[in-house]
Each structure stands twice: as structure tokens, then as C-alpha cells.
Design a protein around this ligand. Structure first.
Ligand code: NAP
Length: 242
């Protein structure tokens, strides 16, 4: 039987890597997108192949339309279809709002929000032809909560939630599902900048007194992508009550 195909942006490390390994374990073909860390992306691909999956790595800046077009073309050339797109690539440039530079504002919005828009637009062209497809956007609890020192990041993730709903409305008639998941704090490379004080606050507000983990988010994303009748929804994968 032909393997299903998933494109995961920002899959060289952290959450994207965990998602790639989950799909590999489930026997999918996985396109592992990266920006700078080619060796790390190749190591993820090797691991996916050692599980039950197929894998290719592809360097593309998600905020550049030409890069994304070429990435989608490469996946189509290799596998002739795409089943799922996971918009996971993301960055932070934290500082208090009154001190935040325009460059840091723009960089975060460009990668986290515009990047997802470009990937959705390009993948949707294939999904419309296929009359099927599923897009999962990795947003964040920060997008609904608002977080000190993260005006740019919170705005990008709130925007991603709005984009998820608008895309679900527009693309539903083509049998394209669009959903978002909101992980809570996870100690990946992105999470290493978070101070011990903030970590304690996050865990203190969590009813289970622990943070999110990559494996659960990966398992959930995979589960969601196997569901045919869920679209336009936002799932909080955290145990803080907001
Ligand atoms: P991470 O460890 O910093 O990894 C970020 C990934 O994004 C890397 O693979 C990086 O590629 C890639 N990337 C960055 N800019 C890119 C671009 N312009 N084009 C393509 N790829 C790009 O982050 P993470 O913690 O795994 O986060 C993954 C997602 O989960 C993000 O969207 C983040 O906002 C979200 N999230 C994270 C947390 C958390 O606490 N960690 C919580 C909620 C939501 P290279 O390695 O090649 O540079």
C-alpha cells in the first residue's frame, strides 16, 4: 500500500522532529523541512527511515514563496501526492513591548504567520486538485493567553488561530480540513530562553504541575490528521485553565 505523505515545516529539531518521528513510526512518507540545520534534519530523516517511514529533507524558508513552491514541487515529484501539511516552523524574539524593535516584530510575524499563510496557499493548490488534504497549524497557548515579553510571538500565534479558522471556512468545500493545536511550554531549544521564574509560574498554573511534552503533541497531531470530520478547531494541549 502507498504510504501517506506529510510535510512538516521546521522538523530539524524540537517539536517538529518529534512529529516527524511519530509519522515515521506510523509508516508515512515525511518531508522534513529545515532552514539552517541540514545535518540535524538529515539525522531526523535517517531515524524516520529506521522506523517504518520514508523521508526526504528539504531546505526552504517558509516566509519565501519561491522556496515553498519548490518544496511542494519536490514532494509532488517524489510522492505524487500530499496528505497533510503541518505548519510547525516558528521563532521567538522576546523583549518587553516598549523595548521591542520593529525588526524583531517583523521577523516573528514573517516566519510564524506569513510563513504559515504561504505554506497553506501553496499546499491548498495541490489539495484542491486532490479534493482532499489536512493542514495542522502549530499555534500556542501564548496566542490566546498573551504573554509578557512576547507581544510579537503572541500576536503571531493569535493570527495563526484566525488564519486557521478563515482557511477552514474557505477550503472546507474542497474537503480540506484546517485545524490548530496550542502546545503549552515545552523545554525545546526555543524553550531554553525562558527564565526559571517564568517556568515556575507556568508549572504553578498547570493543574498537573508539569509542562507539555513533544511526544504528546506529536501523537495528537497524528491522531487529528487521521480524522475526516474535524475542521476549523483549535485544541489546547496544556493543563492550564485559561
Ligand atoms: P525550535 O526547537 O526552536 O525549532 C524551530 C524549528 O523551526 C527548527 O527546525 C528551525 O529550522 C525551523 N525554522 C525556523 N525558522 C524557519 C523558517 N523561516 N523556515 C523554515 N524553518 C524554520 O522550536 P520548537 O520549540 O520545536 O517549536 C516548534 C513550534 O511549536 C513553533 O511554531 C513554536 O512556536 C511552537 N510552540 C513551541 C512551544 C515551546 O514551548 N517550545 C510552545 C508552544 C508552541 P533550523 O533548525 O534548520 O534552523
Amino acid at each position: 500500500m502507498k504510504k501517506k505523505v506529510v510535510i512538516i515545516t521546521g522538523a530539524s529539531r524540537g517539536l517538529g522532529k518529534a512529529i516527524a518521528l511519530k509519522y515515521g513510526r506510523e509508516g508515512w512518507s515525511v518531508l522534513i523541512n529545515y532552514l539552517e540545520q541540514k545535518k540535524a534534519a538529515e539525522a531526523v530523516a535517517d531515524k524516520v527511515r529506521s522506523l517504518d517511514g520514508e523521508a526526504e529533507v528539504y531546505r526552504a524558508d517558509v516566509s519565501k514563496t519561491e522556496d515553498v513552491k519548490n518544496m511542494i514541487d519536490a514532494a509532488m515529484k517524489k510522492w505524487s501526492r500530499i496528505d497533510v501539511l503541518i505548519n510547525n516552523a516558528g521563532i521567538t524574539r522576546d523583549s518587553l513591548l516598549i523595548k521591542m524593535s520593529e525588526a524583531d516584530w517583523d521577523a516573528v510575524i514573517k516566519t510564524n504567520l506569513k510563513g504559515a499563510f504561504i505554506c497553506i496557499q501553496q499546499a491548498a493548490k495541490i489539495f484542491i486538485q486532490q479534493k482532499e488534504g489536512h493542514i495542522i497549524n502549530i499555534a500556542s497557548i501564548a496566542g490566546i493567553q498573551g504573554r509578557e515579553g512576547q507581544a510579537n510571538y503572541s500576536a503571531s500565534k493569535a493570527g495563526l488561530i484566525g488564519l486557521t479558522k478563515a482557511a477552514a471556512v474557505e477550503l472546507g468545500e474542497y474537503n480540506i480540513r484546517v485545524n490548530a493545536v496550542n502546545p503549552g511550554y515545552i523545554p525545546t531549544e526555543m524553550g531554553t530562553d525562558v527564565s526559571d521564574k517564568i517556568k515556575e509560574q507556568i508549572i504553578g498554573k498547570n493543574v498537573l504541575r508539569r509542562h507539555s511534552d513533544t511526544k504528546e503533541v506529536a501523537d495528537f497531531a497524528h491522531y487529528l490528521s487521521t480524522k475526516d470530520n474535524i475542521s476549523g478547531q483549535v485544541f489546547n494541549l496544556d493543563s492550564r485553565i485559561i
